[in-house]
Structures are given as structure tokens and as C-alpha cells.
Design a protein around this ligand. Structure first.
Ligand code: GDP
Ligand code: GDP
Length: 434
């Protein structure tokens, strides 16, 4: 299961500085090439061989100079819900403030593993001052300087010890589907339509960190795990209106699954928040199915599905090769179909293309349309293979990998998608020196 570390604290204590230090920007999971704005508040980190995600919850509070107490509460409660481990950052040069006390009071009532991080301990004298933070009743402070990095190694040694990987879900060797989407798109209804009458053939597997409902479905030749974000504690409308909260609620489900079923409300279409969730799935290299729900509410013309599909795909560019299913949980239209499509995407995501076939097909295409020569230098692609990774990754071996343009790589990707069924699957193509 996903391991998530959340950074909390009032503004200006150094949360984003610490976040940047923990998440190597080169590994930032959203790449700049595709024109996707890089998410500066969510990234991957690794320490002593253990991978985990880091979220800077404070980073989402706009105009962080005057954060209201209520805003901090929301942030901290969200971190408690979603994270396995919480880093509570304080500024040693300022000591304990009223806002710090608000955060501490909420954290003390949770049963999450919490680390008190005394930041800006830039010199020896300041180490002594950290002692003040014992008074928060949350344990021993870790002295760090987020700017220089000192002390962060000791902190991480203990953080990863607290992140015991729970392999329960991974051991279940069946496809895992996450049902995600904004509030009210019909996630609960979708799951009920699917499971409703078949409750007896369903086994509930309790989530380890909160009450998320992971349900195994075995019937009619289907066997998969549903990771459901719908049942999570009822939250206020205001909270959910914030883009960050709906994205954050999806992070764990997306990280834990193989294929994301992104539900949309047909009457609203694909909006910015949906696109954020889509990019989250894409950058985690999960399979994706777009489910346009409440299709019963849309007035049909002869071409309505086709036109609707095209509108959605235009907004998903450049990754447009994604299946779109139109459902209604009210009339039970195509709910099972959406699952079948997800199963197909899962097969695409795990397939291994034979090296022989890959080379026969793609080298012919390359020969027909080779990369343009740059400064009189010709790129020669000689051999292609699929790397043994979770999600499809292909290496093209050539003499001058640095001369291959992004545009040409995109061309190769599009041809691969035409030749091999990779629908719903983000792929990676690397140029390597032969
Ligand atoms: P956030 O609002 O909690 O995310 O805080 P920032 O990471 O933006 O940092 C606030 C200010 O504190 C910035 O000016 C940082 O450069 C500074 N800062 C962060 N970490 C340290 C540190 O370890 N030592 C010192 N002296 N300043 C720091
Ligand atoms: P969730 O917040 O995503 O779990 O959404 P719900 O499943 O609670 O559904 C929100 C509302 O949309 C409820 O009033 C549902 O009855 C309604 N709804 C869900 N699916 C459909 C559908 O396919 N068609 C129509 N017309 N209404 C739907």
C-alpha cells in the first residue's frame, strides 16, 4: 500500500523548503515536457531503499501569510486522514506560537505517528532552544536545518522505520481498480450498482489507515479489488470545493491501484479538477478509464457520444488514447462494461511485447521516417526492447540519443499506440546509447 508522509505546520516554518529537500526535483512525478504544471506539493521520495510519497499540505493554502485557524485545522485533519506519518514542522527561532498550539492540539488527539521537526536549527546554539517543543506533548524534537539539510538524515532514518510497508494489497494478485472523481459524480451509486445484489459474493478488506472500503468482487468470471474513495467520512461541501482536497482524497487510492476509473458527471463534463486527478493517475503511470456517468441526463442526438468523446479527448491531450465509457447508475447502463474496459486496460498495462515483433514493426516505421538530421548528424535507431518495469517502458537504442527531439519521441509513441493496443496506459520511451 502507498506510504504517505504529510508535512504540516503554520506558514513560514519551512515546510516547502523541507518538501523540496525530501523530494528530489528531478524525480518530481509530473514532468514539465508534457506541459503539465509541476505539482510542487506532492512528490516521491526514497530513503534506505523505501519509497514513499510526500505531501506539503500547507503548500495548498493560498496567500499563506494570513492563514485562518480554520484553514490550518482542515489541513491537519486531512493529513491525519490521508497520511501514515506526519511531520509537524516548527520554527526554533520563534518558539511555540498560538497557531502551533492549534496544530498540536489536533495532532495529539490522532493516533498517527507524529514527528516533531524543529527547523532552522542552523547552528549549535539553537539546538538547546528546541527543548521548548517537548511542552507540546508530542515527543522528542528532531533538530534540522531544511536549508542546509543537516539533521534530515537522522529524521528520515526514523521516519522510514515508522513506515512499515503493508503488503496486504500487493499480495492479492488480482487487478485493483480505484473509483475516483469529484463529489456527487456518482461514485457510491456506481459501486452500489455493481455490488448491490451481489453483496454475498463480496469480501470486505479493511483499509489499514482509515475507513476506506476495499472490496473484492468475484463473480461472473470477474475477480478484482475495488478501491473506493466514496465511503470516506462525509465532509463539508466547502472543503471539497477546493481543488486540493479532492485531489488529495484520491492520492492514496490512485497509488494503490492498477487502473483508475475516473468518474465524471455527464452534465458537467471534464473540468480542471478532473484533469488534475487525471494527471495524478497519468504521472503515477496507472491505467485510466474515463467513465462519463449520469448519461441518462444528457439529451441524445445521433452523434452525441462521438462529439462528447472528442471534446474530452481534446482536453486530455497529449495523452488522448484513453477509453471513455458512458454509464448511468440509475438505469444500470454499462456499469459492468466500465469494469470490463478497466480489465482490458489492466491487460494492456501488464503486457510484454515480444522483442522480435517490436523491432520488426517499429524499425520499419523508423526507416520510413527517420529522425531529422541535426547539424549534419544522423540518428540511427538500431534496436528496441521493452524494459521489465511495472508499466510499459521502451528503450530505443541509437548512436546519438541526445539528438532525438521530443516531437520525434511523441511520433514514436503515437505509432506504437496504433500498432499495439496500449489504450488507457501511459507509456514511457527512452532513447539510449547503443
Ligand atoms: P512554509 O511557509 O512553511 O512552506 O515555509 P518556507 O519553506 O517557504 O520557508 C519560509 C522561510 O524560512 C523562507 O525564507 C526559507 O528560506 C526560510 N527557511 C526554511 N528553512 C530554513 C532553515 O533551515 N534555516 C533558516 N535560517 N531559514 C529557513
Ligand atoms: P458520490 O459523491 O460521487 O459518491 O455520488 P453519489 O453516488 O452519492 O451520487 C450523487 C447524486 O447523483 C445522487 O443523488 C445520485 O442519485 C445521483 N446519481 C448518481 N449516478 C447517477 C446517474 O447515473 N444518473 C442520474 N440521473 N443520477 C445519478
Amino acid at each position: 500500500m502507498a506510504n504517505i508522509v504529510a508535512i504540516v505546520g503554520r506558514p513560514n516554518v519551512g515546510k516547502s523548503t523541507l518538501f523540496n529537500r525530501l523530494t528530489d526535483s528531478r524525480k518530481a512525478i509530473v514532468d514539465s515536457e508534457s506541459g503539465v504544471t509541476r505539482d510542487r506539493h506532492y512528490g516521491k521520495s526514497e530513503w534506505n531503499g523505501l519509497e514513499f510519497s510526500v505531501i506539503d499540505t500547507g503548500g495548498y493554502v493560498k496567500g499563506s501569510e494570513d492563514v485562518f485557524e480554520g484553514e490550518i485545522r482542515k489541513q491537519v485533519n486531512l493529513a491525519i486522514d490521508e497520511a501514515n506519518v506526519i511531520l509537524f514542522v516548527l520554527d526554533v527561532s520563534e518558539g511555540i506560537t498560538e497557531d502551533d498550539k492549534v496544530v498540536a492540539n489536533i495532532l495529539r488527539r490522532s493516533n498517527k505517528k507524529i514527528f516533531i521537526v524543529s527547523n532552522k536549527v542552523d547552528n549549535f546554539e539553537r539546538q538547546g532552544q528546541s527543548g521548548e517543543f517537548y511542552a507540546l506533548g508530542l515527543g522528542e524534537p528532531y533538530n534540522i536545518s531544511a536549508i542546509s539539510g543537516s539533521g534530515t538524515g537522522e529524521l528520515l532514518d526514523d521516519v522510514v522505520k515508522a513506515l512499515e510497508p503493508d503488503l496486504e494489497l500487493e499480495e492479492l494478485n488480482i487487478p485493483k481498480f480505484a473509483i475516483v472523481g469529484r463529489p456527487n459524480v456518482g461514485k457510491s451509486s456506481f459501486i452500489n450498482a455493481l455490488l448491490g445484489k451481489e453483496r454475498n459474493i463480496v469480501t470486505s478488506i479493511a483499509g489499514t489507515t482509515r475507513d476506506s472500503i476495499n472490496t473484492r468482487y468475484t463473480a461472473f468470471n470477474h475477480d478484482f479489488l475495488l478501491i473506493d474513495t466514496a465511503g470516506i467520512r462525509k465532509k463539508s461541501k466547502v472543503e471539497e470545493d477546493l481543488e486540493f482536497y479532492s485531489v488529495m482524497r484520491s492520492i492514496r487510492a490512485i497509488e494503490d491501484c492498477d487502473v483508475v476509473l475516473l468518474l465524471l458527471d455527464a452534465t458537467l463534463g471534464l473540468e480542471a479538477q478532473d484533469i488534475n486527478i487525471f494527471h495524478l493517475a497519468e504521472s503515477n503511470r496507472k491505467g485510466i478509464v474515463i467513465v462519463v456517468n449520469k448519461w441518462d441526463l444528457v439529451e441524445k442526438t445521433t452523434n452525441s457520444t462521438k462529439e462528447y468523446e472528442e471534446k474530452i479527448r481534446a482536453k486530455l491531450a497529449p495523452f488522448k488514447d484513453v477509453p471513455i465509457v458512458f454509464t448511468s447508475t440509475i438505469t444500470k447502463q454499462r456499469v459492468l462494461k466500465a469494469i470490463e474496459v478497466a480489465e482490458h486496460v489492466n491487460i494492456n498495462r501488464t503486457k510484454k511485447i515480444k522483442t522480435r515483433e517490436l523491432n520488426d514493426v517499429m524499425l520499419a516505421i523508423v526507416e520510413n521516417q527517420p529522425p531529422a538530421a541535426i547539424k549534419g548528424k544522423h540518428v540511427k535507431i538500431k534496436f528496441i526492447n521493452q524494459l521489465p518495469t511495472h508499466a510499459p517502458t521502451f528503450a530505443f537504442y541509437c548512436n546519438l540519443p541526445q539528438y532525438v527531439t521530443e516531437a520525434y519521441i511523441r511520433f514514436l509513441e503515437n505509432r506504437m499506440r496504433e500498432q499495439f493496443d496500449l489504450s488507457g496506459v501511459p507509456i514511457q520511451i527512452f532513447m539510449r546509447k547503443k
